[in-house]
Design a protein around this ligand. Structure first.
Ligand SMILES: [Ca+2]
Length: 136
């Protein structure tokens, strides 16, 4: 019986984690955010610091998205990662006209939560390096 409880709990945790990609349905090009570190084509956990894990470390875009109640329109014109490009510009919706289910005007050209170019002077406030994928 105890084993069954453990298996049930494990499956519910897995199910919760697998549901997170739905968050990406709420942002334009949510499934094609480029991975500037080159370790994969896309950065799947868009709101997190690590491109492979939904770690507890949210990036500034993930924090803003959560704080907004997952409202794209509320954060489209913000520059969450302070790299000089708005979240809308980075995700292919520079005019903030995209709505869930629509095709965005353009492709994602950057990551809205990871300051790019990584390691540049403008990104010195965000202590991120591709070789450690978390705050170093
Ligand atoms: Ca930006």
């Amino acid at each position: 019986m105890k084993m069954l409880v453990h298996i049930t709990l494990a499956l519910s945790v897995v199910g919760t984690v697998l549901c997170r990609p739905n968050y990406r349905d709420g942002i334009p090009n949510g499934y094609s955010v480029p991975n500037m570190c080159g370790t994969s084509a896309f950065w799947d956990p868009v709101g997190h610091m690590n491109p492979f894990h939904h770690t507890k470390s949210q990036n500034p875009f993930g924090a803003a998205y959560s704080a907004s109640g997952r409202s794209w329109l509320a954060i489209c014109n913000e520059d969450s990662d302070r790299d000089g490009k708005t979240n809308g510009e980075e995700l292919g919706d520079p005019n903030c006209v995209w709505r869930p289910g629509q095709t965005p005007d353009g492709n994602a050209i950057g990551h809205p939560g990871i300051c790019e170019p990584v390691g540049s002077q403008i990104c010195s406030l965000q202590n991120f390096r591709c070789d450690c994928l978390e705050h170093c």
